[in-house]
Design a protein around this ligand. Structure first.
Ligand code: NFE
Ligand code: MG
Length: 504
């Protein structure tokens, strides 16, 4: 007998995600991931000035706006044939890197950690920390009237951590992490002009001036962030991993990984990247080839003419209602295969190619510390660990990029707008591989297609009926209590989904 469990909406993620799992003999037999809204960015960009694209596409999301801005200007750099000066490359890296730090800290502390930490431990707090006492008083008073104790309660009952002292420590870090995110936002604002939607990203570079004052302001913020990552974030992730070792076996997923690569380290186009591109397909590492990307729509609310196309020729043709369809996400595939994207894909690509020695040593140290093998990283805890390692590598590197800046030297390069052109902008958002494809005709956007990290991870089935990456990860999972499917929620959150991005 199969029992259907619907989680709708699944909370503590960004956007509107519905998860349906069909449980047979205590295990998930089938999973369905549905994006529940339509947005239409790809349509309303058509006919506009291409220079508007980096501003408009940033509005796809408030969590990873910078990456959409970067993908858009990379597509334009490519279309206009513009190369940028060193300061332009370094500032883009810094703006995007600081956004990664903000996003990863947000994900662990404010979205995912409450799956493991017992937030009700705050009621036992006997110390004198003002912030914790305020939180305790607030929790006791029932929080706000409409949603008592939201966003902490209600929650699934489950096997939360029992050590009161550890839980209270983690709740303290939850509050501290809010301050850290503010610092990371301030780094973005220093060189982006403002947050969340930055003003300074343009084709050819960055319009913000590099001054000693700004570099000094950035330096101490990065120092604080790096201390938090080293002494709080990484140890907390390791502690959760030690307390929930079974989650190295849960939520394994499809096993295929895709990374486009991100953070150029060279002023030459096509030079080395901090995180290299890489594909893990059927257990083998392969070079990445963007011509192998397609999007299917058999189970999506789009017309069949949009199916199986490379994004450079992609169509977004709404078809609703539609028999069999169950999502507003398309189903991106690489060489026809389902792929997982995100920090795990980037870290594994860097680890397996050996192209980032810090990633290799941090990963080996963490694995040794937890008595785990690289293969165990294909799991709920592996995704959290990869994100934390990546956060450290990015933050450390941001400090180095800052020192490489050349004060009062130009940060952008002029260019001519072509009447007709096309371009591809491939980068990595915090949640994974992100591509924008642009076609210009008569100085206007003729076609604009985005293939977004959460579209990869949370896609519905493809034209061959093969489930998406998250659907794969849910299948086979043992659900102990069907009233409290906490195992499923932990798997979904390990992907850090953003449905606003995914449906764009
Ligand atoms: Ni809205 Fe995003 C990231 C992008 S995920 S958060 O990271 O692109 O689909
Ligand atoms: Mg799209």
């Amino acid at each position: 007998m199969s029992q259907s469990i619907v989680i709708d909406p699944l909370t503590r993620i960004e956007g509107h995600l519905k998860i349906k799992i069909e449980v047979e003999s205590g295990r998930v037999a089938r999973a369905f991931s549905s994006g529940e809204m339509f947005r239409g960015f790809e349509q309303f960009l058509v006919g506009r000035d291409p220079l508007d694209a980096q501003q408009i596409t940033q509005r796809i999301c408030g969590v990873c706006p910078v990456s959409h801005g970067v993908a858009s200007i990379l597509a334009q750099d490519n279309a206009y044939g513009v190369a940028l000066p060193r300061n332009g490359r370094l500032l883009r890296n810094l703006i995007q890197g600081a956004n990664y730090i903000q996003s990863h800290i947000l994900h662990f502390y404010h979205l995912a950690a409450l799956d493991f930490i017992d937030i009700t431990a705050i009621l036992q707090y006997q110390g004198r920390d003002r912030a914790l006492l305020d939180l305790k008083a607030w929790a006791k008073s029932g929080g706000n009237l409409l949603y008592p104790a939201a966003p902490f309660l209600p929650r699934y009952s489950g096997d939360y951590l029992k050590d009161t002292e550890f839980n209270i420590g983690a709740i303290h870090h939850y509050l501290e992490a809010l301050e850290m995110r503010r610092l990371a936002h301030e780094v973005v604002a220093l060189f982006g002009g403002k947050v969340p939607h930055v003003a300074s990203l343009v084709p050819g570079g960055v319009t913000e001036r590099v001054t000693i004052d700004k570099m000094a302001a950035c330096s101490w913020k990065l120092k604080k962030l790096r201390e938090f990552i080293d002494y709080t974030y990484l140890p907390d992730v390791a502690a959760v991993a030690r307390a929930f070792p079974a989650y190295f076996q849960v939520g394994r997923g499809c096993g295929n990984l895709l990374a486009y690569g991100v953070f150029p380290e060279s002023d030459q186009n096509g030079g080395s990247l901090l995180f290299p591109a890489g594909v893990v397909l059927a257990g083998k590492l392969e070079p990445f080839d963007q011509s192998k990307i397609t999007e299917d729509v058999k189970y999506s609310y789009f017309g069949s003419a949009s199916s199986g196309l490379h994004p450079a020729r992609g169509e977004t043709e709404v078809y609703f209602p539609k028999a069999q369809a169950y999502s507003w996400l398309k189903a991106p595939r690489y060489q026809g295969q389902v792929m997982e994207v995100g920090p795990l894909a980037r870290i594994m690509a860097a680890y397996l190619t050996g192209k980032n020695s810090q990633v290799v040593s941090l990963t080996n140290t963490l694995l040794a510390d937890l008595a785990r093998k690289p293969d165990d990283l294909f799991s709920v805890l592996g995704r959290h660990a990869a994100r934390a390692i990546e956060c450290k590598v990015v933050a450390d590197r941001c400090s180095a990029w800052l020192e490489e800046l050349q004060p009062d030297r130009p940060a952008f390069q002029d260019y001519d707008l072509p009447k007709e052109a096309s371009g591809a902008g491939l980068t990595e958002a915090p949640r994974g591989a992100l591509g924008h494809w642009l076609e210009i005709e008569d100085y206007k956007i003729k076609r604009y297609q985005c293939v977004v990290p959460t579209t990869w991870n949370c896609s519905p089935r493809d034209g061959n009926g093969n489930p998406g990456a998250l659907e794969h990860a849910l299948q086979g999972t043992s659900i102990k209590d069907q009233e409290n499917p906490i195992e499923a929620a932990r798997i979904v959150r390990s992907f850090d989904p953003c449905l606003a991005c995914a449906v764009h």
